[in-house]
Ligand binder design. Structure first.
Ligand SMILES: [Zn+2]
Length: 125
C-alpha cells in the first residue's frame, strides 16, 4: 500500500511546516517585546531619553505648549496635551522599536529606539 505511506509523509510534512511557522511567529513576537528606550525630540533636537523599563511621568514643554508623557509597563504614551488636534493623545501607547508619537503643533516626536540587543550594533562602525 504505497499510497498510504506517501500520504502519511505529506501529513507529517504539513504538520512540521505548521509547527515551524508557529515557532517563527512566536520568535518574531518575542523579539518585538522590549523596545529599549524612548527618544524625545522637540523642534528637531533630542531633549530626553527615557528607558521603557522605568515607569515615569514627564511634562514636556511650557505653558500653553505641553505634552504629558507617561511610561508604564514598557509602553510610552502621551496622556495629555494642550495642542489643538490631540492627535498625539489619540495615538495611544507605543512600545516597539520604530514606533513613534508625533505632535505636529508642538513639533514633538517621541520615538522608540534601540530594541533588545541592538544597542551594541548601533554604536559600532
Ligand atoms: Zn499633540
Amino acid at each position: 500500500m504505497e499510497w498510504l505511506k506517501t500520504h502519511r509523509n505529506d501529513a507529517i510534512l504539513i504538520a512540521a511546516l505548521m509547527l515551524l511557522g508557529g515557532a517563527l511567529a512566536v520568535f518574531l513576537y518575542a523579539t518585538r517585546q522590549d523596545g529599549g528606550y524612548v527618544s524625545v525630540q522637540m523642534d528637531g533636537q533630542t531633549v530626553m531619553e527615557l528607558p521603557l523599563s522605568e515607569d515615569t511621568q514627564v511634562l514636556l514643554g511650557e505653558d500653553g505648549h505641553t505634552n504629558t508623557l507617561v511610561i508604564r509597563n514598557g509602553t510610552a504614551q502621551v496622556v495629555e496635551a494642550d495642542c489643538p488636534d490631540q492627535i498625539c493623545v489619540r495615538q495611544g501607547a507605543v512600545q516597539y522599536e520604530g514606533e513613534s508619537i508625533v505632535c505636529l503643533p508642538h513639533k514633538l516626536v517621541v520615538s522608540v529606539e534601540g530594541g533588545q540587543g541592538s544597542g551594541i550594533d548601533a554604536n559600532t562602525g
